[in-house]
Design a protein around this ligand. Structure first.
Ligand code: SAH
Length: 206
């Protein structure tokens, strides 16, 4: 899998090492094990998906994470992306809106020994109730319809957010560097088309 990622242009050795060391099959249902190392998205519970390995690698590379950084993830899902960031030495805070997935994945990450702090909530709001921010990096792993202002407020000055954003032409991966608090100071770079499940409002209690 890691060789295939290199071919696809992933060259951040920290990302490649983490993806080599964290078995992806831990995060998917047994019945799909045979596909765990193919570059495809797979179904997890609650009608959600674990992203393609190449997407996880690309988002992790775009984030430019250094050990010790505080990273906020929106969309815990299977926990795989959070585990990769954890393996890269980040302090990971992850928000999921579906109670069923939140319960299951929080337990799984703890059982596997990944120290990810998991929260049930609406990622459009970030982590407002608990004050762990501001974050060095924010990664959104569901398709947002706008750049969430609350998340930009919780990002450090100089920080980076990687987010798939919907527009009329589909979904595009953006990297936003917060060079100042005002919107005019957000540097936006574009990295092509992606297809994530939608980022939905509010939390869902099942
Ligand atoms: N990072 C995940 C990808 C999961 S798919 C992984 O590695 O497996 C995206 C996830 O985002 C889904 O679990 C979905 O329930 C969640 N999601 C959608 N909208 C959300 C929101 N507003 N806040 C938090 N999570 C959200």
């Amino acid at each position: 899998m890691v060789e295939a990622l290199r071919v696809k242009g992933i060259n951040d050795e920290m990302v490649l090492r983490a993806m080599e060391e964290v078995p992806r099959h831990w995060f998917i249902d047994g019945a799909l094990d045979t596909f765990a190392y193919e570059d495809r998205a797979l179904k997890i519970s609650c009608e959600q998906t674990i992203s393609h390995p190449s997407t996880v690698a690309m988002q992790s590379q775009l984030l430019n994470v250094q050990p010790g950084m505080k990273v906020l993830e929106i969309g815990t899902g299977s926990g795989y992306q959070a585990a990769i960031l954890c393996k890269m030495g980040a302090k990971v805070f992850s928000v999921e809106r579906q109670k069923g997935l939140f319960d299951k994945t929080r337990a799984l990450l703890a059982e596997l020994g990944f120290r990810v702090r998991c929260f049930l909530g609406d990622g459009y709001q970030g982590l407002k109730e608990v004050n762990y921010g501001p974050y060095d990096r924010i990664i959104v792993t569901c398709g947002a319809r706008e750049i969430p202002t609350a998340l930009m407020q919780q990002l450090k000055d100089g920080g980076i957010m990687v987010i798939p954003l919907d527009d009329d032409n589909g979904q595009e991966m953006l990297r936003i560097t917060k060079e100042g608090s005002e919107e005019k100071d957000w540097k936006v770079e574009r990295f092509g088309a992606y297809s994530f499940v939608p980022m939905l409002d509010g939390r869902q209690m099942r």
